[in-house]
Write a protein that binds this ligand. Structure first.
Ligand code: NAD
Length: 497
């Protein structure tokens, strides 16, 4: 990991070349309308640059480029081993530019530089490399036909894939789509969040440099209700892969229904329960994990452990341990390598988080830690990690995704109560259980309606494990070979011999 100091990062930030144009058909271009929007750093409110504000005309251009690249077969019909080589090279170029990309990510969305370097970049690089390396090791199927017939079950790329991603892990969320979509031979249009477009724009050039043919990866920065909507309604987009809020996810299903019934894959919000039983193997470890689960990445994590369910018999002892652990998470300058809590993505989001904190107090939850904006003099958007005790699962702080470092402690008595409370949510992304009882751990894992369940840890898994949600947390899975399902059609070819 880099040993740079804050002032060295700041010096680098001054010399960064920030590209804000769209990337279509292998080159950087302004939006057809010439429109731009300001890209502001949440670290200090500084203008980073102007970014192309793409619209429907740019979507048409990018879709046409993607379609033409797809039809030409230059990527879609390449031997898998060739696609592997390009993607592995792409991952190497990402690695070579890891510090530059981490710095862009931190400047753009406010996360600590140490996290950008140790989490976002390795996660991104791994996704591209893993999917590339996998693609020449997956086989199609031959059906168990009678002797005089042959049944082939083959996978083909779906065609033109649009992917719309959020701002919390801008590159990594994009890479969870780009890895499998590109490996399986599709052409892709990536729409980053208007709140964090810079790294997506930058890596388009690296992909081209790695040998990805022009038109196979296009990047369209801009707003959701303009270029995002245009892509979601586009008649020539075959699949839409989304990560973001449940509200927008639902709208995308409507757009697909109103247009060409494109496949819609959704990774949406969460309100994940982190359940601590009295027999947890080590309460100190559980307390520290509970703090990390809500404070890491400023709580701007879809799987944030935002509901801490604590068994009544240990609550009095355990909650102070969590409070102590959370005190170790302090907002600081994101370019300082020792900072573990950075800035929220922007002031609008900060105000939303503060409103939830007020709402929690109004509804009678007990504020034990934090609760305020901080670092106001910097011009940035910082909030104290916040803990509420005595929360009921019906309060809005327990029901709605705050997407900030705000933890709600909810008490339970027996395992059945924990399951009932944990599942009493519209979401189903993740859940964790802390217990030394093997049988209870398995029973809980079965009973919890969530795409990921962790036992005696929080936020486990890597590229080998599928990731996604039950209920209104989404459909389909990112990561692992299961992710390839989203980007391929299955064809049955039946032959009379
Ligand atoms: P968001 O839904 O506001 O925006 C996500 C993306 O959708 C952005 O690129 C935005 O421009 C675009 N968009 C907005 N309106 C649109 C429209 N009408 N048509 C097309 N596109 C539109 O979400 P966000 O605030 O960027 O991200 C936070 C959300 O993402 C949280 O709910 C979080 O839980 C979720 N998230 C989920 C996962 C997961 O894997 N399940 C991972 C990370 C984040």
């Amino acid at each position: 990991m880099s040993q740079l100091t804050r002032s060295e990062w700041e010096a680098r930030a001054k010399t960064l070349n920030i590209e804000g144009r769209a990337f279509i058909n292998g080159e950087y271009v302004p939006a057809r309308s010439g429109a731009t929007f300001e890209c502001i750093s949440p670290i200090d409110g500084r203008l980073l640059g102007l970014v192309a504000s793409c619209g429907p005309a740019d979507a048409d251009f990018a879709v046409a480029s993607a379609r033409s690249a797809f039809e030409s077969g230059v990527w879609s019909r390449q031997a898998p081993a060739r696609r592997k080589a390009v993607m592995v090279h792409f991952s190497e170029l990402l690695q070579a530019h890891a510090e530059e990309l981490a710095l862009l990510e931190t400047l753009d969305m406010g996360k600590p530089i140490s996290d950008a370097l140790s989490v976002d970049l390795p996660g991104t690089i791994d996704s591209i490399r893993w999917c590339g390396e996998a693609i020449d090791k997956v086989y199609d199927e031959v059906a168990a036909t009678p002797e005089d017939q042959l049944g082939l079950v083959t996978r083909e790329p779906v065609g033109v894939v649009a992917t719309i991603v959020p701002w919390n892990f801008p590159l990594m969320m994009a890479s969870w789509k780009l890895g499998p979509a590109l490996a399986t031979g599709n052409s892709v249009i990536l729409k980053p969040s208007e709140r964090s477009p810079l790294t997506a724009i930058r890596i388009a050039q690296l992909a081209l440099d790695a040998g990805l043919p022009a038109g196979v990866l296009n990047v369209l920065p801009g707003y959701g209700n303009t270029v995002g909507k245009a892509l979601a309604l586009h008649a020539d987009v075959d699949a839409l892969a989304f990560t973001g809020s449940t509200q927008v996810a639902k709208q995308l299903l409507v757009y697909a229904g109103e247009s060409n019934m494109k496949r819609v894959w959704l990774e949406a919000g969460g309100k994940s329960p982190n359940i601590v039983f009295a027999d947890a193997p080590d309460l100190q470890v559980a307390a520290e994990a509970a703090a990390t689960a809500i404070a890491f990445n400023q709580g701007e994590v879809c799987t944030a452990g935002s509901r801490l369910l604590v068994q009544a018999s240990i609550k009095e002892r355990f909650v102070p341990m969590v409070v102590e652990a959370m005190k170790g998470w302090k907002p600081g300058h994101p370019l300082d390598p020792d900072t573990n809590v950075g800035a929220l993505v922007d002031d609008r989001h900060l105000q939303g988080v503060l409103q939830y904190i007020q709402e929690g107090q109004r509804q009678g939850a007990q504020l034990l830690l934090g609760g305020h904006a901080t670092g106001v003099e910097t011009g940035g958007s910082y909030v104290e990690p916040t803990l509420f005790d005595n929360v009921s699962n019906s309060m809005s702080i327990a029901r709605e995704e705050i997407f900030g470092p705000v933890l709600s402690v909810i008490e339970f008595d027996e395992a059945e109560d924990a399951v009932r409370i944990a599942n009493d949510t519209p979401y189903g992304l993740a859940a964790a259980v802390w217990t030394a009882d093997l049988s209870r751990a398995h029973k809980m894992a079965r009973a919890l309606r969530a795409g990921s369940v962790w036992v005696n840890l929080y936020d486990g898994g890597d590229m080998m494990a599928p990731f996604g949600g039950y209920k209104q947390s989404g459909n389909g899975r990112d990561k692992s070979l299961h992710a390839f399902d989203k980007y391929t059609e299955i064809k049955a070819t039946w032959i009379q011999l």
